[in-house]
Design a protein around this ligand. Structure first.
Ligand code: JFZ
Length: 439
C-alpha cells in the first residue's frame, strides 16, 4: 500500500517534470543537452574506417586548403578562383564505390571550409558552388543520393571560422587578416547564418551521419553558443553525431572526440589535447601531407603505413578517417586511388579483426596493438622481428592461432606473462601478423 502510493507520487512528479521540461525546451531551446541516439553512437564505434574529403575552390590553385591565408590572398582575388571551378569529372558514384571498396563505412566531406565557400546551393549567401561557379550543380546532393543508395553514411565537415563572411567579427588573433575585409560585423548574426546553413545541411540531404566542426580554435574565448547549435542539430537529426576539432576536452552535446593527425592520447602533431574522454574516438590523417589538393606534394605514405595507422587506431578504440583531396576537375589522384584499393584488399581479408572491435586487453605497444570482439583477442604484430613475443599475463587463454593460416601458435605461460612462439613460416614482411587468442 505504502509502496504503491510512493510509486504513484514518483510517477506523477516525473510526469509533471517531463511535461514542464519539454515545454521549457520548446521555449528556450537551449536548456537541456541533447546527445545522439545510442544506436548511432554504437554504429559509429563499430564503423572504424571512414573517408575524409577536402574539396572546394582552393582545389583550383592546388596549393592546399589554407592557400588564401598562407599566401595572404584578399577576398577579391580569391573569389576569382570560383569561375574556374568546374568539376565536370566529379562522379559521386565513383567516389562512394571507391570508399566502399576501401572498406570505409562513412564519408565526411567539407561542406564549407575556412574560406567560407559553400559546396551546396546555400540560400544564406551566393558564395556557393551553384551561384558562383560555372558548374552550377550540387555535389553534396549527388554524394548524399549515392551514399544512401550504397549504404554508406555521409557526414559534413563545417568550419566555424570563416575568412569570407562579413559578420565573422572580431577576427581571431592570427588568421583572416589578409582577406581585406571591412572592419566591423555582428558575431551573433554570424551564428544565425551558421545555424541557418546547418539547418539546410540537416534538412535537405536525408539522413546525415553527423557534423564535424572545425575552426573554433580561432576564437576559443568567443561566445559560440555551442549548446544552441548542438541542440539544433540533435533536434533536426537525433542520430547525428557531433564532433569538433577544437583540440580540447569535449564540450557537452558532443558525441565523439577527434584527434587530428594523432592517435588518441598522443600529441605528436603539437596541437592535440592528451585528454582522452570516454566518448567514441576518431583519428584522422592525410595520404600525403595535404588535406586540400596540393599538386606539389608527393610525400605519400605507403599503404603499409596507412594500414598500420588504421590498426593502431582500432587498438586505441578509435575510428580512422583517411583523407583524399580531389582536384579542381573532381578527379581523385591515382596515388590515392591505388592506396585505397590496396587497403581495401587488406580489409577484405582482415576486417573481422577491425570492424566492431574494441581495444583489447593489452594496451598499445611499440610492436603493435590488440583488438577484441566476441571473446576473441586479436594480437596485431606490426613491428617485431623476433620469434618470441612476450605479452603480459592473460588469464584463461587456451589457444592461439595465426589469423591468416590457422596455424597453431605455441603458447608458454610465464610466471607473470604469456609467451607467443610465432611460426617459422610467418614473414615479418607481412603488413600485420595477426594472432587470435581464445579462452
Ligand atoms: C584543421 C584545418 O585547419 C585543416 O585545414 C584541415 O581541415 C584539418 C582536418 O583541420 O587543421 C588544423 C586545425 C588547427 C590547427 C592545426 C591544424 N592548430 O590549431 O594548430
Amino acid at each position: 500500500m505504502v509502496i504503491a502510493r510512493t510509486l504513484s507520487v514518483i510517477a506523477i512528479t516525473l510526469f509533471c517534470w517531463c511535461a514542464q521540461s519539454s515545454r521549457a525546451n520548446a521555449e528556450t531551446r537551449t536548456d537541456r543537452v541533447l546527445q545522439a541516439r545510442p544506436e548511432a553512437v554504437q554504429w559509429f564505434q563499430d564503423a572504424r574506417f571512414g573517408m575524409f574529403i577536402h574539396w572546394g575552390v582552393y582545389s583550383v590553385p592546388g596549393r592546399g586548403e589554407w592557400v588564401m591565408e598562407n599566401e595572404k590572398i584578399p577576398i577579391s582575388a580569391y573569389e576569382k578562383f570560383a569561375p574556374q571551378f568546374n568539376p565536370q569529372a566529379f562522379d559521386a558514384k565513383k567516389i562512394v564505390s571507391l570508399a566502399k571498396r576501401a572498406g570505409m563505412r562513412y564519408i565526411t566531406i567539407t561542406s564549407k571550409h575556412h574560406d567560407g565557400f559553400a559546396m551546396w546551393p546555400s540560400k544564406q549567401s551566393t558564395w556557393n558552388i551553384v551561384d558562383a561557379t560555372p558548374y552550377k550543380k550540387d555535389p553534396l546532393q549527388a554524394l548524399a543520393n549515392e551514399a544512401h543508395r550504397q549504404g554508406i553514411k555521409l557526414f559534413f565537415y563545417y568550419s566555424q571560422m570563416d575568412w569570407h563572411h562579413p559578420d565573422y567579427w572580431p577576427l581571431g588573433e592570427k588568421r583572416g587578416h589578409a582577406a581585406g575585409r571591412a572592419p566591423g560585423g555582428d558575431f551573433a548574426r554570424y551564428l544565425e547564418y551558421m545555424n541557418a546553413q546547418l539547418t539546410e545541411l540537416l534538412t535537405q540531404y536525408g539522413e546525415i551521419g553527423g557534423i564535424w566542426f572545425d575552426g573554433m580554435w580561432d576564437k576559443p574565448d568567443a561566445d559560440w553558443q555551442l549548446q544552441r547549435t548542438y541542440n539544433l542539430i540533435h533536434r533536426l537529426q537525433p542520430s547525428a553525431m557531433i564532433g569538433s576539432n577544437h583540440h580540447a576536452a569535449p564540450f557537452p552535446g558532443e558525441d565523439f572526440q577527434m584527434f587530428e593527425k594523432d592517435l588518441p592520447g598522443a600529441n605528436s602533431a603539437g596541437f592535440n589535447t592528451t585528454h582522452v574522454s570516454s566518448l567514441p574516438r576518431e583519428s584522422c590523417d592525410t595520404i600525403n601531407d595535404a588535406w586540400g589538393y596540393n599538386k606539389l606534394d608527393d610525400h605519400y605514405k605507403s599503404t603499409r603505413q596507412l594500414i598500420h595507422f588504421l590498426v593502431r587506431s582500432a587498438g586505441a578504440n578509435a575510428n580512422f578517417l583517411l583523407n583524399i583531396g580531389p582536384t579542381a576537375t573532381g578527379e581523385v589522384q591515382s596515388e590515392f586511388e591505388r592506396r585505397l584499393e590496396e587497403i581495401g584488399q587488406w580489409m577484405n581479408q582482415h576486417g573481422e579483426t577491425i570492424y566492431a572491435t574494441h581495444a583489447g586487453p593489452v594496451s598499445p605497444r611499440s610492436w603493435g596493438v590488440t583488438t577484441e570482439r566476441d571473446g576473441k583477442i586479436y594480437v596485431h604484430i606490426l613491428d617485431w622481428k623476433d620469434r618470441y613475443l612476450p605479452l603480459p599475463a592473460l588469464p584463461g587463454i587456451k589457444t592461439a592461432r595465426m589469423f591468416d593460416t590457422g596455424q597453431v601458435v605455441a603458447l608458454r605461460t610465464l610466471d607473470d606473462g604469456l609467451l607467443l612462439e610465432l611460426p617459422d613460416s610467418t614473414s615479418t614482411e607481412l603488413v600485420d601478423q595477426i594472432v587470435v587468442l581464445q579462452r
